[in-house]
Design a protein. Structure first.
Length: 628
């Protein structure tokens, strides 16, 4: 995985920069391949595929795909003669990335072979490759650097690759003497730097001024917003723009780093301004607190993202991989330094850890209670240190003094036949409430191994989505009107109508009563009937103009005549009676009632009840036809 490469690279560069003996430890060589795909020799590629053991017929077919490409160049509206290339892989061809990996594997084998031979000039080095992004780790002595140089020169000759020395660089510890820097520069013909210019699209290393490392994300977000600010987007369009474009910008970086609070708040602020904006260079009316708009949809929000929880949920992927996948190189590198016993949730304290590890360990401390074990035979589950069975069951649940509990694993809590629990002993250790729940955990056959699980997803598999919802729920708990919110976001209707339903649920439509609450000189009387204050429930239900539309459509009289203080209470009662399609049609009718009201205020014209109802019917009908 690309994240593994980033984590390992950060750890090694951090070691290089922070080691007390850093100048003598080694250096990092970042290679830049000059037109990597275009330089691949076809004969070399064919020999490599055969050497890897692929069948000759299969290799012939693959090479035919590579060799049969033809090009023509369009210049001044005229096409050139056909160009027949003799080398190179096509950019954009689905096969090209995989074929190029075989070429880079040759360099990888050359480096590993030189290390394993342990010859006098063989470099004790390692490397990280991701496509044509390459980092080499070389010790700071002349013989190893010379051996590295010879390997690179050989690699350039065999597959036809060319290393761009102007863009390649050697990263040394800042305390490295000038004489040593000059020697490295002379031998490898590359510029010597204290910090790399990035790796796989992320800054490396992250120094003390962490805010500066994330400036590129802030700039990219601001540029995207500016490029879209002149376009008039509906609320539904804004939601898609925010979720599909703006929230995706920091996703990659947030999967590896825990961003500083200032960065998270600035992104949050930029997205909030987009949502409430009134158009180009126009300030909108922020009608709802930021913390409410960022709740999960099931709790009545748009999921525009509380970015600290969003960040932790994405980092949880790395926590999950280190918890489950213990055969990866990333696990071996990090565990050797930070958690030698293999348990990421019980890491040891290290002076000056890398920023990536600080990020992961903060996320793991937040998420630790969500990971646990599904009980199999119980032999691998430590009752003192592990979460197991269900959320909240851990060593802290034990009521007896530690000296009085001889049991160490869950298996010790089973009876002699291993087909049931030691009920009395379980109740004695955990108390009546927790003990009863434990005794209800089904006993699986003793041959089944214990399984790691994520408690906050029904299938037990970790996901960022379930993690985000759980983190929000921990902070705010369940809100009211859960039936309404569960239904409104699943309605099969236009996005702008779903957003309209969301605004009704929170009573944030600009009725006259709402405007009068912030402008004391404003008249809150309904502009259509002129009788009562125009609250939201009045505008949608109690106003004679709105009631006429609902009566024309044969709306339930008991719900129409019942008294409600808040519009969301009324709509939730309707949701209890109607099926999902009928609810979607109902919200569409309300949307047309609101539009008709706006036409009256801003245009001076208003449709009668029949026309308003028919417009809603046509809109719903066209939507279902479009969806097939």
């Amino acid at each position: 995985m690309i994240h593994d490469n980033v984590l390992i690279a950060h750890e090694l560069v951090h070691y290089l920069h922070n080691s007390k003996n850093g100048p003598n430890k080694g250096c990092v060589v970042k290679l830049d391949m000059n037109k990597a795909y275009d330089q691949v020799e076809w004969r070399f590629l064919e020999k490599v595929l055969l050497k890897f053991g692929f069948g000759s017929n299969w290799v012939t077919k693959i090479m035919n795909c590579v060799r049969t490409v033809r090009y023509r160049v369009k210049c001044n509206m005229n096409l050139s003669n056909i160009i027949n290339p003799e080398r190179g892989l096509r950019q954009g061809d689905p096969l090209s990335p995989y074929l190029f990996l075989f070429c880079m594997e040759v360099l990888s084998r050359m480096l590993i072979n030189a290390q394993e031979k342990a010859s006098r000039n063989g470099p004790r080095i390692n490397h990280l490759f991701f496509a044509d992004d390459a980092l080499l780790f070389v010790r700071n002595n002349r013989s190893e650097v010379e051996a590295c140089k010879q390997i690179l020169e050989t690699f350039e000759k065999i597959p036809g690759q060319s290393i761009n020395l102007d863009k390649s660089m050697i990263c040394l510890n800042p305390n490295t003497p000038i004489s040593q820097r000059t020697t490295m520069n002379a031998m490898l013909k590359m510029k010597v730097v204290d910090n790399l210019d990035g790796y796989l699209g992320l800054p490396i290393p992250i120094g003390k001024k962490k805010y500066n490392a994330f400036k590129s994300i802030l700039n990219r977000t601001a540029n995207r917003i500016n490029s879209w600010s002149k376009r008039l987007l509906s609320n539904g369009g804004k939601e898609i723009f925010i979720k599909s474009i703006l929230q995706s910008i920091p996703t990659y970086a947030f999967s590896v780093f825990l961003a500083p609070k200032g960065v998270l708040e600035e992104i949050q602020s930029m997205i909030s301004r987009v949502w409430w904006s009134g158009g180009e260079n126009k300030r909108g009316w922020n009608m709802m607190a930021q913390d409410r708009i960022c709740l999960p949809k099931s709790m009545g929000a748009l999921v525009l993202g509380i970015f600290i929880f969003f960040n932790v949920a994405l980092l949880g992927r790395q926590v999950c991989r280190l918890y489950h996948c213990k055969d990866t190189l990333c696990f071996k590198v990090l565990s050797a330094k930070y958690f030698p016993d293999g348990d990421i949730f019980h890491s040891k304290k290290i002076d000056r850890p890398s920023f990536t590890w600080q990020s992961i360990t903060k996320a793991s401390s937040i998420l630790s209670e969500g990971f646990g074990w599904n009980v199999g035979n119980g032999r691998n589950i430590d009752i003192w240190n592990d979460n197991w069975g269900f959320e909240g069951l851990s060593g802290s649940s034990i009521l007896l003094d530690r000296n009085l509990v001889q049991e160490k694993t869950v298996s010790d809590l089973r009876n002699e036949n291993k087909d049931g629990w030691k009920d009395n002993r379980v109740l004695e250790i955990y108390g009546e409430n927790m003990g009863d729940r434990i005794c209800k955990i089904p006993i699986i056959h003793d041959s089944y191994e214990d399984q790691c699980t994520w408690f906050h997803n029904p299938n037990g598999v970790f996901s960022s989505k379930s993690t985000y919802s759980w983190l929000i729920l921990k902070q705010v708990g369940f809100g009211p009107h859960r039936i309404f919110w569960r239904i409104i976001w699943k309605l099969k209707t236009l996005p702008k109508i779903r957003i309209f339903g969301w605004r009704m649920g929170h009573d944030i439509l600009p009725t006259y009563e709402k405007i009068a609450s912030i402008r004391s000189d404003f008249n809150s009387t309904c502009p259509r009937c002129g009788k009562d204050k125009e609250t939201l429930i009045h505008a949608m239900k109690d106003c004679p103009k709105a009631k006429a539309v609902l009566e024309y459509g044969g709306f339930n009289n008991s719900l129409l005549n019942a008294k409600f203080t808040h519009c969301v209470d009324w709509i939730e009662e309707v949701c209890r009676v109607l099926d999902k399609k009928a609810v979607a049609d109902f919200i569409t009718v309300l949307w047309n009632i609101w539009n008709n009201r706006n036409n009256k205020i801003f245009g001076g014209t208003e449709d009668d009840a029949k026309v308003t109802w028919e417009k809603a019917s046509v809109l719903s009908h066209d939507f279902w036809i479009d969806k097939g």
